[in-house]
Design a protein around this ligand. Sequence first.
Ligand SMILES: Cc1cc2nc3c(=O)[nH]c(=O)nc-3n(C[C@H](O)[C@H](O)[C@H](O)COP(=O)(O)O)c2cc1C
Length: 402
Amino acid sequence: MEKIKKRREGKVIFSEYTRGAGINKLKEFSREDVLFELKESGLKGRGGAGFPTATKWMLTAAAKSDKKFVICNADEGEPGTFKDRVLLTEYPELVFDGMVIAGYTIGAKLGIVYLRGEYEYLMKPLQDYLQVMKEDNLLGNNIAGVTGFDFDINIVMGSGAYVCGEETALIESLEGHRGEARNRPPFPVNTGYMGHPTTVNNVETLAAVSHIVIKGGNWFKKVGTDKSTGSKLLSISGDCNKPGVYEVPWGTTIQEVLKLVDAKDTKAVQVGGASGICLNKTQFDRTISYEDVATGGSIMIFNENRDMLHILKNFMEFFVEESCGQCTPCRIGNVKMLEGIEMIERNDYTFSYINKLKGLAETMKVASKCGLGQSSPNPFLSIIENFREEIFNGSHGGRNGK
Ligand SMILES: Cc1cc2nc3c(=O)[nH]c(=O)nc-3n(C[C@H](O)[C@H](O)[C@H](O)COP(=O)(O)O)c2cc1C
């Protein structure tokens, strides 16, 4: 497999880190110390939803149970995302140290990596790495010489469905069931894997934790904005001369990103993967941040030669394929949106029907059971809105509607 280019040394995730340092720090750090630094850092989950990591860990730590679990979500199924693959390949120490720190903090003895099916080739090197950690007393019993600090990590292959990245579907899949989202509440922090309190965290979130434990919450929040602290790894692909994984401070504008990757004649930027939103030229001053355009890390760049309706169709075909079918808004809604796109393609549509589909898309955002159906309308709504001129009057057969 082609090596992904890491284009830029970053200030946070790609900053210097010594293997095992975060774990060894726990000799002098209590659970409360870890939680304090995490809270101070303002770290929010990097898997897309942006839930504060300190809160998630506090809730899991406070839940009463004889067993607790740490899950590293390495499903990385969002189209256009490949930054977790870079972390697992080149920085496993950051991710695994983060898992051990999580285990120590919430009181878990087992961590499970749910590894994207397509990353099977990573299984062996990662297992070899875990073996080295065991030999160095960074895994196993009395870790780092702390009596009673026992923790182990298993790696489990993912099942190859996009929905299995959703944390409750992931847990179902780990338990050997079909990957379908659970009703919430109860949340995994109380009732997670095998019914026990579980923290599910993204690969990048766990990597950030390792740095925070060593360098402090204050150090972390010096980068980024007030509401979006730290940096973000972006997987940048599409029409640019320097695609790859970049670390940028939150608050970076789309325009700055385009410059970084040497993109020319850009017409559209899809932020946040297929389930994200698509911006046009007038919106390139918007910032990558929780307060403006949030992203789990995928940025797809499209130049003037691209057909936006074709791109939208591609995204919606993906969602029709990947909807688990459990809830009606998502099962039917994605199909209806795709049919609408095909009607536009054939120039056989009315604006009143397209408006109805927009209403359906808005309904899906609130009525779907999980994040898949809640976010799959994003490309439909944003492309129809932001590329209206091209889609309805443009160069694709003179679609003029009725
Ligand atoms: C359809 C769908 C797919 C998802 N895929 C992933 C994924 O591949 N990796 C990930 O970390 N989070 C994914 N998430 C988000 C997870 O449900 C969850 O919010 C995340 O793992 C929590 O970790 P964090 O707090 O560290 O971000 C997905 C969510 C949805 C709705």
